[in-house]
Design a binder for this molecule. Structure first.
Ligand SMILES: [Zn+2]
Length: 295
């Protein structure tokens, strides 16, 4: 179970959300969705990994403490919520360093996990894994194993695996759950996809994954649980995806949690991933994929 702690104005790739200097003019609503979600987790006794935006943590340290004191894992969603492939590499490194430090200072704990905004690691910016590993993270959870609006790496496993970065460093990877829908892969376990799909379809996808011994990595945001979340200006298609069924997420997720067992990534790593087993290793260091486009 994972949750990206950011605000309603952090929807990617629209003019009002891209510029960090404009964010302070918006009133925060993250606590509303966060508290609804925390209550649900508490009710179902589920632990969760909270990937928290450094910018949010600096302004609302109480939200970081609230999640940590409820027994959940604190992880890092970067600082400024910029698509990784749109960033200069030195600025990406600085974003990683700054956000990790902010979160470690507030939580008083080492931060092991990172998730970039919008699944924005692609075959063209695999160098990002080097920077994530060099920044001291043990695992990443950015990958979508198919084509996605803001990124994705088609052909990569959708089951947790270990990877060797281009320069040979090691990192664990926890891809977002995905299933084939015809020839294309689609997400179903979080955000707009979870809100859009009927609960029976989501249950079917979870069972299909579990039958193949694949755990389902979910991803939610405060706005997924806030029925009165303000609408930002965007195309009709994105409006639909960003806000469809926001009033129904709680009931649907409660249904899912009543049937399937979820836990934080740190709990998963302790319970399953670090036990002796066959783990796929993806070795970017030998294949060298992505080198040519490293900025
Ligand atoms: Zn995000």
């Amino acid at each position: 179970m994972t949750f990206d702690l950011e605000d309603w104005f952090h929807i990617l790739d629209i003019p009002d959300s891209t510029r960090i200097d404009r964010w302070k003019s918006f009133a925060s609503r993250a606590e509303i969705g966060l508290r609804i979600f925390l209550e649900l987790l508490d009710h179902r006794k589920v632990t969760c990994t909270f990937f928290i935006l450094g910018w949010m943590a600096e302004r609302h340290p109480g939200l970081v403490r609230l999640a940590a004191e409820s027994g959940h894992e604190i992880a890092c969603h970067g600082y400024a919520h910029q698509l990784i492939y749109n960033q200069r590499r030195d600025l990406f490194r600085e974003d990683l360093r700054k956000s990790k430090q902010v979160l470690e200072n507030i939580s008083g704990m080492p931060i092991a996990g990172y998730r970039g905004p919008g699944f924005s690691i692609t075959p063209d910016n695999l160098w990002a894994f080097d920077d994530i590993a060099e920044s001291g993270f043990t695992y990443d959870a950015t990958i979508f194993s198919g084509n996605h609006g803001h990124g994705g790496i088609p052909g990569i496993p959708s089951k947790p695996f270990k990877l060797k970065t281009l320069s040979g460093l090691e990192l664990e990877e926890y891809p977002i759950a995905s299933v084939y829908f015809g020839k294309a892969k689609t997400a179903f376990s979080g955000g707009g996809y979870f809100r859009l799909f009927p609960r029976r379809f989501i249950a079917m996808c979870i069972e299909r994954q579990n039958r193949q011994d694949i755990p389902v990595v979910s991803y939610f945001h405060p706005r997924d649980f806030d029925p009165n979340v303000p609408r930002m200006k965007m195309s009709f298609k994105r409006l639909f995806k960003s806000y469809v069924n926001v009033g129904k997420t709680v009931g649907k997720l409660d249904f899912v949690l009543s049937r399937y067992r979820f836990m934080s990534i740190s709990a998963w790593r302790r319970e399953v991933f670090q036990q002796p087993q066959e783990v796929t290793i993806i070795d970017f260091a030998s294949t060298g994929r992505g080198n040519a486009t490293s900025p």
